[in-house]
Write a protein that binds this ligand. Structure first.
Ligand SMILES: NC(=[NH2+])NCCC[C@H](N)C(=O)O
Length: 354
């Protein structure tokens, strides 16, 4: 049975595999044993600390098949994207170049370096065993983090954001990086991505251009990549848009991948999540019902599974003994449930942003 739980040190070898096989490689999941070990320890500290407001915590989860003792995926929440160092993005802006004398008026699109997303809580570092791609396990891995945030709102920001890996061409090169970053760091995109994950990021502040970039001066390939996700992340972006995230004006500074964001109360999972007391019933006696994410209420023993959303007439959530055992709940304890299905996505720019 598949379950989401906090990471432990025993998961280190599996995490290394997941980091190595992430497509593309992820800055927040460096394929480096020492860095991963630090991240696990840091996550354990976050789960065990008493926290009143978001700071520099990382909460790292794994998707595990507990019966086979296998780790199939991982995902992280960074409580505050820019808690220790600033979180860098490019913000899409419009400048108007006008001359009354010459009777010209031109709108020019620019990208300006920004730290505006630093306060947001970031959902990041998701990597999944490819055998589970497109299954409910993938949705569980991606969205169980929302079930966790819903339970511990004081630990997170009101604004949630996700930065999707940006477009790479068939040679695995980033056209945006080739047109922008490459002029400042004589390294390939893949090397930079690695350095950003394994070393400190202060080099970004030191070397990235400080002035706005004028889009007409970039290559057409670079312009076309702005706000475009990596082909392997199309469905994931679609799911987050269906969840209620909207595209922001911010994009990644290396590959121009899209950054989506939302006030957490607007997300489907938050709006539809409800507490129910548990009633344990034998598997064969459970009525058919839509699948839901179901989470227990224990911080450092957090568990979230997919099971049927079978409610008794008096509002108890009926679980099989196996499911109850996975969640570590007894009859009468409360669990949080939210439907797994989502309405179809609306792809829009955040209207709150000018
Ligand atoms: N794709 C990347 N590795 N981007 C570089 C890191 C940028 C990121 N927004 C940060 O400040 O941490």
């Amino acid at each position: 049975m598949l379950v989401i739980r906090p990471v432990t040190l025993a998961d280190l070898p599996a995490l290394e595999q997941l980091a190595e096989h992430a497509v593309p490689r992820l800055t927040n999941l460096p394929a480096n044993r020492d860095r991963l070990e630090e991240r696990i320890v840091r996550s354990q500290e976050a789960f065990e600390s008493e926290i009143e407001y978001p700071g520099n915590e990382h909460y790292m989860f794994v998707l595990a098949d507990d019966s086979r003792n296998e780790v199939l995926g991982t995902a992280t929440i960074r409580a505050q994207a820019g808690a220790a160092e600033a979180y860098y993005t490019y913000r899409q802006e419009t400048l108007i170049h006008a001359s009354q004398q010459l009777n010209v008026r031109r709108e020019v699109q620019t990208l300006a370096l920004s730290h505006e997303a630093s306060d947001a809580t970031l959902l990041c570092a998701l990597s999944l065993d490819p055998r589970y791609k497109g299954t409910s396990a993938e949705s569980l891995l991606r969205r169980a983090r929302l079930m966790f945030i819903a339970q511990y709102p004081e630990r997170f920001s009101r604004i949630l954001a996700v930065a999707f890996p940006g477009f790479l061409d068939s040679q695995n090169e980033s056209p945006f990086w080739e047109s922008v970053g490459r002029h400042f760091f004589a390294r390939s995109f893949q090397e930079m991505n690695h350095i950003a994950g394994v070393r400190s990021k202060s080099f970004i502040a030191e070397v990235m251009p400080q002035f706005p970039l004028y889009l007409p001066l970039l290559t057409p390939q670079a312009r076309a990549a702005i706000g475009r996700e990596h082909p392997a992340h199309e469905e994931a972006l679609g799911e987050m848009l269906a969840e209620g995230f909207v595209r922001s004006r911010h994009v990644d500074i290396f590959d121009a991948g899209p950054i989506v964001k939302a006030e957490r109360e607007r997300l489907e999972t938050f709006r539809r999540a409800a507490w129910h007391p548990v009633r344990i019933r034998p598997e064969h006696a459970l009525p058919d019902a839509e699948p839901a994410m179901i989470a227990n209420q224990t911080l450092s023993d957090f568990r979230c599974i997919v099971a049927r959303y079978a409610l008794s007439p008096t509002g108890q959530l009926m679980l099989s003994p196996q499911h109850a055992a996975r969640l570590g709940v007894e009859e009468g304890r409360a669990v949080l449930a939210a439907p797994l299905s989502l309405p179809s996505a609306v792809d829009a720019l955040d209207e709150g942003e000018m």
